[in-house]
Write a protein that binds this ligand. Sequence first.
Ligand code: 5RP
Length: 218
Amino acid sequence: MTQDEMKKAAAYAALEYVESGSIIGVGTGSTVNHFIDALKTIKGSIKGAVSSSEESTKRLRAYGIEVFDLNEVTELSVYVDGADEINPYNAMIKGGGAALTREKIVAAVAKKFICIVDNTKNVDVLGGFPLPVEVIPMARSYVARELVKLGGTPIYRQGVITDNGNIILDVHAMKISEPLKTETAINALAGVVTNGLFANRGADVVLVGTPEGVKTLK
Ligand code: 5RP
């Protein structure tokens, strides 16, 4: 089974968590693209979606699924998204696709976070995948110096501007054994919009695509 087939299996398994007549939160990435393809098969039964990126919005609209502005919506039953890494406590690193800030906002509103991953994303300790940090452009050098003080090696993601008009610093070589503490510390730096640690709001259900089938972790 390829990695993409495992992503697809996890994505289709998430349909089980979609309540009919609801508006759902939709994340970003190649696993979520499979989920949006899956949503197409039941599109008549949902009211629509709130999207975490321009990329996902385009795909949803192409399938005729209505995309709502988050400000028009008071409740999201679920948020379905992928992750770059996930630990045994369901804390994640996200933002490989630079959509971390909108992802965090939509996830905050949702009652349940359903994380869809293939089994290469499971790790014991976060930090093997460089941690993305969205930064206001004028604060880039200052925030980079502060991230070094926190023990990381930040690298400017060249040529990438987020949907919010900001830049991304990817923090390499940081072993994150206390994700909640690290998430809070980085977010406290002036100029940081948010970072890709989802520990404060972790996943409620994790659907892991494996060669033996989809495993559900809670
Ligand atoms: C985008 C994300 C994605 O969920 C993460 O990068 C996983 O992507 P993929 O499903 O393509 O492996 O956080 O900002």
